[in-house]
Ligand binder design. Structure first.
Ligand code: ADP
Ligand code: ZN
Ligand code: ZN
Length: 801
């Protein structure tokens, strides 16, 4: 039998399965989708079995056998293997990247030097003790002083040292004590010498727990005994010890969040639930766009659809954007569906992620709430896939495989025959256009679920403030409103759009900002480390005392936006209790949840934060929202700038007055007349959509045109410029007349990590030849340019350019 194996060798020019012989001992157990360890060149690598065949084009005596089968239960289902093929075609990635992205990192290979013991008798006792009964041991397990003798043993052929793969320790085990019955314990108690107080104390404790099974660690903690004491009693037969498998427990459900019981739906909600349920009942793929203003009860719709899906014995995936709402939304789902819910997001450790994944794989949970990659949750009987805040750009993966979770969701729904629900108060233009065309079914929630009015929104023209001599970042009106809330004991949320804000070191004499030596970009100041950092290559350096360009001492440091605001808040309202939520204050695990809980518990008057507070936040006492700088994003040269601004302002405003108390919103801006700012005031999505669509049409951008971005990089400027030029000329010769190719041009950040970057943009309406042409371009790249050190990447639907 011959297995086809996709090997974990990503940059290999040949992207197809390789043939391996299946050793006889594996024949009956090996399955498609299992991981194997195989020889590749002179290395051992991880691979995935994608198929079997009787005959190979390679002569049998040239075929090499599989070394090891790593999974008795395949980690990838047949559906996943098909999905990987599809992703490879759609995103032009390597197949191995498509396979790996579906699995928790704990199941991906980790390569390291390992020692294989060939002649056990010749190994010294210390090394033998480390090796034990294993036949392969990681080199790093040995203390350094043993390395010379290991090297000698390797030269003499007693061991071999090679780069191999090692599975990470994924399954967590815990020791448990099975405490003996009362009679046995009494016997042991009698035999204990008088002086052995500790053993006697432990036995007395055990007598109260006779016959129980308790984790050893708990026993030691509760009784204050040591491992030695436990061992002594084990030897005397007071208990037996075994290892059991345990799940690590991610912290969830910490927030006290309503949502345990289903509520009476509004008419609009009920209509949405019944139309989605019909598709679910009929087992039919249908994509719904659930367009509902903030607070209109979209989450309640999701939950009632899921209840229906569970009743059918099927499973559901709920995707939420990475940073924002995991704590609040997951606790809502946990409250409603209890232990049937698994959570997957980047805040979990690799082990925790693996545990959650395994619960899904074993069918122990029926609902997954998670970020982008949770779309690959290995359910076998999907009943619904939900994307909340479907417009979020974090659903698009920026590195290979450059997939969009929305596309994968729809693809999986086609395979399973189930509905997809895309929910948003501010749908992406692409999705709304598809709904208009009838590709998606539009469902609208036009009122807030609890009948609260939308918050009153005021736009404050900051140019007027300047004219009136107010140089503060707070307008007079906003400052007044904050003071009012402090007086009433109500809460304020202040939002600062960090993008576009200065946080670098600038020379007042010559005007230069301190640059990264490897990249064409300014360094960013990090308060936590008090150093300058490059966000592209990771370079770090101390803050200079004099300007590196002109030697002036007048270099001025601009703190990160939120820190500056916090200082000013303190100056204006010394009595206010302020919580800050940004990348700096949420780096630690669980910090996000903790800050939210503190705010929810009323431990602070003001929550100040960046993008991460824009969504999901839902507390009754928030009656004021202030947006400090509405238009920083409008200045970006991204064709989605207006869309992103509108989305963000709408989301942020939606945080106010969601419950009994009415809310007020102040949007401070230097561009009050911009339609994205003006229309966000009334959450006027449709008028915004009309204007923005006209602009997109005029400038030939999505959703009227598709775009594909190709990037090139190389250490040598001439090489990258030449190759990009060649590629564009080649493409122009192959593609039809309706296709526009813009570029090649140097990228906005023209050098990163000492590599020069070029790009070109392809715009097209319908280009049936494109997929084939790009596939051929990838072939040219892999067979020649790649070997010259050039990197090329193709992004079929970039979320920004
Ligand atoms: P969205 O996700 O659209 O922003 P949510 O689902 O969070 O809205 O609902 C907003 C608030 O309204 C929540 O507190 C929720 O519990 C409540 N809610 C939702 N549906 C109803 C309903 N039918 N009746 C009463 N309250 C509801
Ligand atoms: Zn200077
Ligand atoms: Zn850099």
């Amino acid at each position: 039998m011959i297995a086809e194996v996709i090997t974990d060798v990503s940059a290999h020019p040949v992207d197809r399965p390789f043939d391996y012989l299946v050793p006889q001992r594996m024949e009956t157990v090996i399955e498609r989708g299992a991981r194997v360890k195989v020889p590749f060149g002179n290395r051992k690598v991880l691979g995935f079995v994608t198929g079997f065949k009787e005959q190979s084009d390679i002569p049998v005596n040239k075929l090499r056998p599989i070394d090891e089968l790593l999974d008795l239960e395949p980690v990838l289902t047949g559906e996943m293997l098909d999905l990987a093929d599809w992703m490879k075609r759609e995103t032009l990635c390597f197949e191995i990247d498509a396979l790996q992205v579906m699995l928790p990192s704990a199941l991906r290979a980790k390569y390291e030097k390992v020692i294989h013991v060939l002649e056990p008798d010749r190994i010294g006792s210390e090394a033998a003790g480390i090796i034990g009964s294993r036949n392969a041991v990681a080199l790093k397990e040995f203390p350094e002083r043993l390395l010379p003798s290991l090297k000698r043993l390797s030269q003499e052929g007693a061991i071999s040292i090679e780069t191999g793969i090692r599975q990470r320790t994924s399954i967590k085990k815990e020791r448990v004590l099975h405490i003996a019955g009362p009679e046995n314990l009494a016997d042991v108690r009698e035999g204990i010498k008088k002086s052995a107080h500790r053993q006697a104390a432990l036995i007395d404790w055990m007598l109260a727990h006779a016959g129980e099974t308790i984790p050893t660690r708990d026993v030691m903690e509760l009784t204050g005994t040591t491992r030695a004491t436990v061992k002594a009693l084990l030897e005397k037969g007071a208990a037996a010890e075994t290892e059991v498998e345990v799940y690590r427990k991610p912290e969830v459900g910490l927030l006290d969040e309503a949502g345990g019981d289903p509520v009476m739906l509004t008419d609009e909600q009920a209509d949405a639930v019944s139309r989605i349920s019909r598709a679910a009942d009929e087992g039919r793929e249908e994509t719904f766009l659930l367009h509902g203003i903030t607070g209109s009860g979209k989450t309640e719709v999701y939950m009632q659809v899921i209840r229906r899906v569970l009743e059918q014995g099927k499973e559901a995936i709920v995707l939420v954007p990475e940073i924002s709402l995991t704590p609040q939304i997951t606790s809502r789902f946990k409250k409603r569906f209890g232990p049937l819910v698994a959570v997957m997001h980047s805040g979990l450790s690799a082990g925790e992620k693996y545990d959650e994944w395994r619960k899904v794989q074993r069918g122990e949970v029926k609902v997954v709430v998670g970020a982008r990659s949770a779309v690959f949750a290995p359910f076998r009987n999907l009943g619904a896939v939900i994307l909340d805040e479907e417009h979020e750009s974090s659903y698009k993966q920026e590195d290979s495989p450059r997939y969009h979770a929305r596309d994968v969701a729809i693809r999986r729904a086609e395979m399973h025959g189930c509905p997809v629900i895309l929910g948003s108060a501010t749908p992406s233009l692409e999705s709304f256009a598809r709904a208009h065309k009838g590709v998606y079914t539009l469902l609208t929630l036009s009122e807030r679920a609890k009948q609260q009015p939308l918050p009153e929104v005021r736009i404050v023209d900051m140019r007027e403030e300047l004219k009136n001599g107010n140089r503060s970042m707070f307008s007079v009106d906003l400052a007044e409103a904050i003071r009012d809330r402090l007086g009433k004991g109500e809460q304020t949320v202040l939002f600062l759009n960090r993008r576009g804000y200065s946080s670098f070191v600038l020379c007042r004499d010559c005007g230069t900002a301190v640059q990264c030596p490897n990249c064409d970009i300014s360094l960013t100041y990090h308060r936590a480390s008090e150093r300058l950092q490059c966000h592209y290559c990771g370079h770090e350096e101390p803050v200079p005392l004099i300007c590196p360009e002109c030697g002036s001492e007048h270099i001025r440091f601009f703190g990160t936006g939120t820190q500056k605001v916090q200082e000013e808040l303190h100056r204006l309202f010394p009595e206010a209790r302020v919580l800050r939520m940004d990348v700096d204050t949420t780096r630690q695990k669980g910090a996000h949840e903790k800050l939210l809980r503190q705010f929810g518990d009323g431990e602070a008057d003001i929550l100040l934060g960046t993008q991460m507070i824009a969504k999901g936040l839902d507390f009754p006492n928030i009656t004021l929202v202030g947006v400090l700088s509405a238009d920083t994003m409008l200045r970006l040269s991204d064709f989605r700038a207006a869309e992103k601004t509108f989305q963000l302002l709408t989301q942020v405003s939606g945080r106010a007055g969601r419950h009994e108390k009415e809310g007020q919103v102040y949007i401070q801006t230097y561009a009050p007349e911009h339609y994205a700012v003006e229309l966000s005031k009334e959450q006027a999505f449709e008028p915004f959509y009309a204007i923005e669509m006209a602009n997109r049409k005029r400038f030939s951008y999505p959703p009227f045109y598709y775009i594909t971005l190709i990037r090139f990089s190389h250490e040598d400027l001439m090489t990258v410029a030449d190759t990009a030029e060649k590629a564009v000329a080649w493409l122009a010769g192959k593609l039809g007349g309706d296709t526009v190719i813009i570029g090649p041009t140097a990228s906005e950040v023209a050098r990163v990590n000492n590599r020069y970057r070029y790009q070109c943009l392809i715009k097209y309406k319908k280009e049936p030849k494109l997929a084939g042409v790009l596939t051929d371009l990838v072939k040219i790249y892999r067979s020649s340019w790649m070997k010259e050190g050039l990197l090329m990447s193709i992004d079929m639907n970039p979320s920004s350019i």
